[in-house]
Design a protein around this ligand. Sequence first.
Ligand SMILES: [Zn+2]
Length: 455
Amino acid sequence: MPVRGGLVTPVRLHIGIDDTDSTKGGCTTYIAALLVERFSQRKLRFVDYPDIIRLNPNIPYKTRGNAAVALRLQIPASEYEAVREITITTLEENSQMGELATDPAAVFLQGEPSSLISELSRRALTGIVSIPQATKVIREAGGSAVAYGSGLGLVGAVAAVGQMLKGDHTYELVAYRVRRNLGKPRLVDRDSVIRMDRLTSPDTFNNYDPEHKRVLVAPHGPDPVLLGLRGETPHAVLNAFRMLKIREPIERYVIFRTNHGTDAHFQSAGSVEQSLGPNRPVWLSGVVSEKPLRIAGGHVFVKLRSSRRTIECAAFEPTGKFKETVANLIPGDEVTVFGGVRSQEGSQRSRITVNLEKLRVDRLGEDLMAKNPQCPNCGKRMKSAGRAQGFRCLRCKYSFAGASKQIMRRPRMIRPGIYVPDRKAHRHLTKPLSRYGLEKRMWDGKPPEGVWHQP
Ligand SMILES: [Zn+2]
């Protein structure tokens, strides 16, 4: 093709979108799915699957998943204005504008994201980024943006652009409902989900929670998502999708590349001392210093001594069996905990609580107890005859001055290893047990192929 006036010079364009939904409906991934269709109609070339980027899960004002999306294209420079227009129109038409805490934004960046953007992206996974910080980085990188409401969406939008998922990543096929069904129960056949899970695991994950007999692929809110299937490859999620019996029309589906199930927030966490600020993901190793405490409501607390400070860890009731594992720890156990630091507004500054997302039992201590010796005559446990006076049998009156207590080892109810909450209480970013050993070191960089979206 002849190059005239630079009009067909290809440019790399990254588009980040965030915060278009509210508790009443909408979904940022749905806007991405509409854009996939609209850009495909214009025969534009995607250089990556659309990305769903989950950010710091501990941010207090984000009660839902805290997900942003990024679209990455290679387009003729002459298409730039049209792509920008389509994005903004689609955003305006489909965001829950005017709803509380819905502050949509889109960021456009030509060329590859700079190290400044990558760094901001890393901070958005592990801490809190302010709107002025995000605006500054977008300007310095030569990007442009549109934002509505408070502008908070800018943070996630630029963070999504900068998170290129070059290391470990997973895929999610998201299918969407037709408008007339929004708010109605989702008609996804439960048995077909269980069967699909059995046949495709571990290439897919978090489909079904056998502990609670709960289907996990379908959400429950008024949003347009019918279901989301997570897995290791685009082929795996598409194959799983085709196994399901779905008794309602599907408007469209798209396969996304994501940081779901990768522990990305823990990999980016800084050193322990730096990371102990409120709302940050942390991991730290230490020794259990007190017997765990179970409080009303079923929550379990345990204290950990780590680098000369004591940190309280909490495992909440919905984590299921996980909290029982925590309850079975004893002083002396060596563990590594993963979780989010709870903000300690107004309380004693020295007290730090980590809400547990994952526990690694590194070394079990010995659960020792002292028992009185058995009577050599009749076998009954003897009683102490007084300080330094040996033991006496109450049944046969046998007395044994030289006897001493026996040290017994109680069997432990847990083993060294990794423990995560029951699946229904998993966070999007938490790496499920089934993914250990399946981590990808890099992305092959291939553009999407096959039937990765419809229509
Ligand atoms: Zn006896």
